[in-house]
Design a protein around this ligand. Structure first.
Ligand SMILES: Cc1cc2nc3c(=O)[nH]c(=O)nc-3n(C[C@H](O)[C@H](O)[C@H](O)COP(=O)(O)OP(=O)(O)OC[C@H]3O[C@@H](n4cnc5c(N)ncnc54)[C@H](O)[C@@H]3O)c2cc1C
Ligand code: SF4
Length: 451
């Protein structure tokens, strides 16, 4: 059967309504007033960009949303995007001390959104202005969150920055990859508009890939920051993978962003293969386009790297899960996909579309090929960390900007970190792996030698 759109425009639009609703002004005040304004707040340490959470929340409690947005913008230049896409449950909100009292953590993400929405409505420049020119030039390869963050901070420090981006639009996966019910392409591009105002130059539609191009950039610029993200989706290497109807989950997700929803072709029965957040996003979005969806994962539910709350969204959307299920072949009838064969299972799973979400390639050879000599080359974001979150990419872009500034002889500028007042060895960014809780911070403080 040929794939075609299932739902009409109004049904599809309704299914993709924004997941997280904004707070009203009074809801925001009430929520903000619950914050304890903790000393050495663990929510700050859990944020890879070190946003001063209690201070911005305090400003919202006082009704000063624009001042709150300025504070957010100082630490994180994509604060509005992060307010919508960050897995706050395992970052700032996961570290909130109220959880220690079995209370609901402060809704930091929604408060951040409240402040950044207010700034956007008021047309406020939260990113400030570029410093006087230093005469140094930096090229940033890749216009995703890491590249944008690095470029904006370099511009704020007075360096002349040029972003080289292979696509026609900026934002990387923040623009093309995030589930559409969390962040639309328009919202991502609107936030980037402010970054453009910092005077950064752009070379759009230019893909860097050879040693000659790398050499030319090093000749023209004083330093280069590489933030090209991950590569294409991995292949399963099983029979029938090239059948029509078997596609990479990322290509499908990108199409959901780029086309009107009622024009997107989707299978009536879709099988998504994988156990990460990309698998969940592919499953929820195909379900919202009207498909019956099954996620097939080779291990147990406990082994899935997708967050609990993401799995809950998928279940709400009616997505079924099959665990300990290893696909061994895609089966065709009359040249078209009709089922997935699972190892050890007597019956094939009928389907007319498969979305593969089994990870992206790491592009390990790119750096060696393009920059065999790397003394003025810096890296960050998914390309360097193997694939984390938007907020990690932003934090790494910012750290790289300050490292490049120092390497170019700049002085006196430090990233506006929120250093641990208790002397935690890792002042921030512990979030995903191990949120720092207040009692742990206190233990470090008590055991620290006193002068
Ligand atoms: C399906 C999916 C859903 C996600 N959902 C979330 C979420 O809900 N929340 C969250 O926080 N994170 C999410 N992430 C992760 C997040 O999107 C990434 O961690 C983040 O975008 C990484 O930013 P980056 O700048 O390192 O890379 P990217 O966003 O990948 O940007 C890289 C940029 O470099 C450009 N580029 C690549 N090669 C070249 C080249 N040779 N020359 C020039 N330009 C080049 C690309 O076109 C792109 O614009 C998701 C990821 C995926 C795949
Ligand atoms: S940990 Fe929770 S209560 Fe404490 S400052 Fe952060 S948001 Fe407020």
């Amino acid at each position: 059967m040929t794939l075609k759109p299932i739902l009409c425009a109004s049904e599809a639009q309704a299914n993709f309504a924004e997941l997280q609703q904004p707070l009203t002004a009074s809801q925001a005040r009430i929520e903000a007033s619950r914050c304890l304004n903790c000393f050495d707040a663990p929510c700050i340490h859990a944020c890879p960009t070190g946003i001063d959470v209690p201070s911005f929340i305090g400003r919202i409690a006082e009704g000063r949303e624009l001042a709150a947005a300025k504070l957010i913008g100082e630490a994180n230049l994509l604060g509005a995007s992060c307010a919508r896409v960050c897995p706050t449950q395992v970052l700032c909100e996961g570290a909130c001390v109220l959880k220690d009292r079995d209370e609901k953590p402060i809704e930091i993400g929604r408060l951040q959104r409240h402040a950044t929405d207010a700034a956007s409505a008021a047309g406020l420049r939260v990113l400030g202005r570029a410093a006087p020119a230093t005469g140094k030039r930096v090229a940033v390869i890749g216009g995703g969150p890491a590249g944008l963050s690095c470029a904006a901070d370099l511009a704020r420090l007075g360096h002349a920055v040029t972003i080289v981006e292979r696509h026609a639009q900026l934002g990387g996966l923040n623009t093309y990859g995030i589930a559409r019910y969390k962040l639309t392409m328009e919202d991502s591009l609107e936030e980037i508009r402010h970054i453009k105002e910092l005077g950064i130059a752009f070379r759009m539609g230019v893909e860097i890939g050879s040693a000659a191009e790398g050499q030319a950039l090093l000749k023209e610029f004083d330093a280069v920051f590489v933030a090209i993200g991950l590569g294409t989706g991995n292949a399963l290497g099983i029979e029938g993978e090239s059948l029509p109807g078997v596609m990479d989950a990322l290509s499908f997700i990108r199409e959901v962003h780029e086309r009107p929803l009622h024009e997107i072709s989707v299978g009536e029965r879709v099988v998504v293969i994988g156990g990460g957040n990309t698998a969940i996003d592919a499953a929820t979005q195909s379900a919202r386009l009207g498909a019956q969806v099954t996620i097939v994962y080779r291990r147990t539910e406990g082994d899935m790297s997708a967050y609990d709350f993401e799995r809950a969204i998928a279940r709400q959307d009616g997505v079924r899960f099959m665990f300990d299920a290893v696909p061994v072949a895609f089966v065709a009838r009359e040249g078209r996909l009709c089922a997935v064969r699972i190892a050890g299972l007597a019956t094939d799973i009928p389907c007319d579309m498969v979305l593969k979400a089994i990870g992206q390639s790491k592009r390990a050879d790119w750096l060696a090929r393009v920059f065999p000599v790397r003394d003025r080359v810096f890296v960050g974001g998914d390309f360097a960390n193997g694939g984390r979150e938007v907020v990690n990419a932003i934090g790494e872009g910012r750290n790289a900007a300050f490292a490049i500034h120092a390497a170019l002889g700049g002085s006196g500028a430090l990233p506006p970190l929120q250093p641990s007042r208790l002397g935690m060895p890792e002042p921030r960014g512990a979030g995903l792996v191990k949120p720092v809780r207040s009692h742990e911070a206190e233990r470090v403080w008590r055991s620290a030698p006193r002068g």
